[in-house]
Design a protein. Structure first.
Lengths: 113, 117
């Protein structure tokens, strides 16, 4: 079974600074997708960034970028120039064939003004 | 972007009763919908995959007779919690994708908070 692990239950970052959230996963498949989702207090899930496993290039979306290490099964999220609105729960997710998502346990990010 | 709604957003029911939660895709047709459960400060746990016109596929450990899922149309899937008990209290989230879409184009509903007293 696929498992997704986020080893940092809580993280904090100073506003305008950079923070990295960690995620590891376990799979026997070679082709899959990885995602980072943000869940603010409203509980609405918001897609932050995605990575196709067959692509070696790390995905980037404005201030958000990932470090995808396929061999190590690692998928970390870097948030640059952190803003107060970035404060939320962040979930790493794995998508297997068939579109089922498996989420990690989440990291609660606090942004300190 | 595509919108997925859930109704109700919050429901309280008495132990032993059943409660139905609706998930609707408002501006697209969803051949596949997913139901998740989220306990406080915990992750989303996939409960089942719902395909329009066919029986839902449940994840291991999820009681199909307890959590009835019906995906009768391309815009509506329902989750019925039967004979609810306090341990069923949780936050339930649905998501949807349309034909030809890949998983990253999955859209999430705002969730339904169920409290069983």
């Amino acid at each position: 079974a696929q498992t997704v692990t986020q080893s940092q239950p809580e993280m904090s970052v100073q506003e305008a600074e950079t923070v990295t959230l960690s995620c590891t996963y376990d799979t026997s498949e070679s082709d899959y997708y990885l995602f980072w989702y943000k869940q603010p207090p409203s509980r609405q899930m918001i897609l932050v960034i995605r990575q196709e496993a067959y692509k070696q290039q790390n995905a980037t979306e404005n201030r958000f970028s990932v470090n995808f290490q396929k061999a190590a099964k690692s998928f970390s999220l870097k948030i640059s120039d952190s803003q107060l609105g970035d404060a939320a729960m962040y979930f790493c997710a794995y998508e297997r064939t068939g579109n089922q998502f498996y989420f990690g346990t989440g990291t609660s990010l606090t942004v300190i003004p | 972007g595509a919108v997925v709604s859930q109704h109700p957003s919050w429901v309280i029911c008495k132990s032993g009763t059943s409660v139905k939660i609706e998930c609707r895709s408002l501006d697209f047709q969803a051949t596949t919908m997913f139901w998740y459960r989220q306990f406080p400060k915990q992750s989303l746990m996939l409960m089942a995959t719902s395909n329009e016109g066919s029986k839902a596929t449940y994840e291991q450990g999820v009681e199909k007779d307890k959590f009835l899922i019906n995906h009768a149309s391309l815009t509506l899937s329902t989750l019925t919690v039967t004979s609810a008990h306090p341990e069923d209290s949780s936050f339930y989230i649905c998501s949807a994708i349309s034909p030809g879409q890949l998983a990253y184009e999955q859209y999430f509903g705002p969730g339904t908070r169920l409290t069983v007293t």
